[in-house]
Design a protein around this ligand. Structure first.
Ligand SMILES: [Fe+2]
Length: 263
């Protein structure tokens, strides 16, 4: 009897561990699927914003890696980058964002509501990702406290938002938008350097503008604009496949279908 009991206890424990592992795997997959669904929603409503947030996620992760952020924080940076502009999908703002003319003061005020609108959309996820809504709400805050919506200053601004803010500005300058032409890499470097300590976290700016980081950013920018990437995007749209650069930090065991796009 004494021999039998430990074996059955051992088998039960193994079964429990397996069941727990499976449940955790399912929970992680469900969470990734939820994020991908949200991203698909952005694509379906506004493909331009869908492309923008992917490029911003790419740049933000390069900066986050260079800053030595741990994997958990990098996940968090990626989520904030991917959903920072979800508030632009609000019905009150869609027409304004699709206008090609310059914004009127009233429209500008309406646009400035998008960080908080985004945070409201994402609020139900706060129990699982407490950093997400806060980071999205803060992505237009400025290091010197003159940003919006709350006028947060320096390290009171969540780290994710400080990283995303630089990546977002870089993409806004180097990529054509409805109301502005794309400008050169040098123009972006100049603008980010001028924003050091006023708009942006000075340490992050130094890192972003360092030679190795900027070289990676430049490669990522060229990749994002390459014809292969554009045709891959068209194929993705046709097959309704999973987004190509999202959630690359997903654990290996779950990520067999996702491609590792690390530069
Ligand atoms: Fe924004």
């Amino acid at each position: 009897m004494r021999d039998v009991v430990p074996i059955s206890v051992g088998a039960a424990a193994t079964g429990l561990i397996l069941r727990e592992h499976n449940m955790r795997s399912r929970a992680e997959r469900l969470s990734a699927a939820t994020m991908e669904t949200l991203l698909n929603t952005i694509d379906a409503n506004d493909a331009v914003t869908g492309d923008h947030v992917r490029r911003v996620a790419d740049y933000a992760l390069i900066l986050g890696e260079a800053a030595g952020l741990d994997e958990r924080t990098l996940h968090s940076v990626e989520r904030v980058a991917l959903f920072h502009d979800i508030g632009k999908l609000h019905g009150a703002l869609t027409d304004i964002f699709h206008e090609s003319s310059k914004l009127t003061p009233e429209e500008r005020r309406a646009v400035m509501t998008h960080p908080l609108r985004g945070a409201e959309v994402l609020a139900p996820l706060s129990a699982f990702y407490p950093e997400l809504a806060k980071g999205v709400a803060a992505h237009h805050e400025r290091w010197d406290g003159t940003g919006y919506p709350r006028g947060l200053k320096a390290t009171k601004i969540p780290l994710e938002a400080r990283v995303v803010s630089i990546a977002d500005s870089f993409d806004a300058i180097t990529h054509r938008r409805r109301y502005s032409h794309a400008r050169s890499l040098n123009a972006a470097v100049k603008a980010i350097s001028e924003g050091k300590g006023t708009q942006f976290d000075p340490d992050l700016v130094d890192l972003f503008l360092s030679r190795p980081v900027l070289a990676r950013i430049e490669r990522a920018m060229r990749r994002a604009n390459s014809p292969q990437r554009k045709s891959a995007k068209r194929r993705r749209g046709q097959k309704n496949a999973a987004p190509d650069i999202t959630f690359r930090w997903r654990p290996r065991s779950l990520g067999s279908q996702s491609r590792d796009r690390r530069p």
